[in-house]
Design a protein around this ligand. Structure first.
Ligand code: GDD
Ligand code: MN
Length: 397
């Protein structure tokens, strides 16, 4: 079937109609499809899996439609043509939204990814051994073609390293991956730019158990790569967004602690500079005030869902008071413990650590209950739009 996003999105379909949907984003791949499609179909059949192949083409105008119409006579193939948007990640999201399989698998059209490995990516998902599977170049047994130049290899390695804090996967950049449809349905605020949709899905669908199957990544069979310098810049922007997302979805006390840690760094830095410019008591006071203001701004932005109509000034004053009281709690516990018990007199640092912990808990609770409290009946501002992964086309680049 050939359509311009004509079939129903999966949110309107009650049950999965197939074991697997193989989603293939294409831009000028008419020459590769007649080789790819039969191999995908054969791999599915050999493994006893029912499936569909969903080609998402960005209006290539290279004969892709005619090729797909012909292939659809023999194979379970659907073509979705996007005419308004362009971009790999958006095309993949469109394919995922319209796919009807219980497992959703994504792969390139240019034969870089071996279709014969599809069952190995599907099996761990069907048996619930994994939440996300990758056809990986960088696990034992995986490889790339020899004529990968140093630049492309280094580029790929650095990009992978930068994503390390977001996922344990060895090859998070891969375009050959799979996940269960039910995981995709949990995707929050999909907002991909550039090429790295797999990484975005791993992070936002909360896929923790990642399983990698080694593959030999071949150079494309026909045509040219569409990866440009612009995509590298997009990747850095994308990473920035994913880090911010991780931060805003981390448990609130952890966010509060991270902000506090960054405030301590600001305090030390500002104090060192101010000591050169002002007398010690003034430098100390100014550095504390700067760190407090820094903490307030970050907490308001990242830690607490603030209230649209709450006065920033009132919150700021309340926050500074809470910090000063927290410092008082810290001091009282540290000094009080040393006075009360001989063991703390010998281990004053331990007492100070307990003081810091008590001050932290005090600050955190006053922030929750008093400083950033949502007044009754007020609307709170959320950091995330409601599940746009279901909104057709809205995520396209
Ligand atoms: N619909 C659509 N729109 N598809 C696109 C677009 C686009 O704008 N740009 C590229 N594609 C399709 C290609 O037709 C191909 O099927 C697949 O996306 C990958 O594009 P290539 O141009 O072959 O990319 P590559 O070989 O440089 O990149 C590969 O390696 C990366 C990791 O290094 C791909 O596997 C990427 O998916 C992978 O992230
Ligand atoms: Mn390629």
């Amino acid at each position: 079937m050939v359509s311009t996003v004509a079939c129903s999105p999966r949110s309107e379909v009650a049950e999965s109609a197939f074991d697997v949907s193989v989603i293939v984003p294409t831009f000028r791949e008419a020459e590769n499809l007649p080789i790819l499609v039969p191999r995908v179909a054969a791999a599915l059949q050999a493994a006893g899996l029912t499936g569909e192949i969903v080609i998402v083409d960005d209006n290539s105008q290279d004969g892709t439609e005619a090729v797909c119409t012909r292939l659809a006579e023999t194979y379970p193939l659907r073509l979705i043509v996007r005419t308004k948007e362009r971009g790999l990640s958006g095309a993949v999201v469109t394919g995922l939204q319209h796919a009807r399989g219980a497992v959703l698998l994504v792969m390139d059209a240019d034969l870089s990814h071996p279709p014969e490995a599809i069952p190995q990516l599907v099996e761990p998902l069907r048996t619930n051994q994994a939440d996300f599977t990758i056809g990986s170049r960088y696990v034992a047994g995986g490889a790339t073609d020899d004529d990968w130049g140093l630049f492309r290899w280094l580029n790929s390695k650095v990009a992978t390293l930068l994503a390390r804090p977001l996922t344990s996967a060895r090859d998070p950049m891969a375009g050959f991956f799979a996940l269960r449809a039910e995981s995709f349905e949990q995707a929050q605020a999909l907002n991909p730019i550039g090429y790295k949709i797999g990484l975005e899905l791993m992070v936002k669908c909360r896929c923790r158990r990642v399983h990698e199957t080694p593959i030999h990544f071949r150079d494309r069979l026909h045509g040219t790569s569409k990866l440009s310098l612009k995509e590298q810049v997009n990747y850095l922007r994308h990473l920035g967004r994913l880090y911010a997302y991780r931060l805003t979805t981390a448990p609130r006390p952890l966010r509060f602690m991270l902000v506090g840690g960054s405030g301590m760094a600001i305090d030390v830095l500002a104090y060192s500079v101010l000591l050169l410019l002002a007398p010690l008591p003034a430098a100390r006071a100014l550095a504390i005030w700067l760190a407090m203001t820094w903490n307030f701004w970050l907490n308001r932005r990242f830690t607490f869902e603030t209230v649209k109509d709450a006065s920033t000034f009132r919150q700021y004053i309340a926050f500074c008071l809470s910090c000063l009281l927290g410092a008082g709690v810290n001091w009282t516990v540290s000094v009080g413990l040393c006075r009360a018990a001989p063991v703390f007199r010998e281990h004053a640092v331990l007492a100070a650590m307990l003081g810091v912990a008590a001050g932290f808990v005090f600050n955190y609770l006053t922030c929750c209950w008093l400083v950033f409290r949502t007044p009754r009946g007020a609307t709170s501002r959320s950091h995330e739009p409601s599940n746009p992964s279901r909104t057709d086309g809205a995520n396209a680049v």
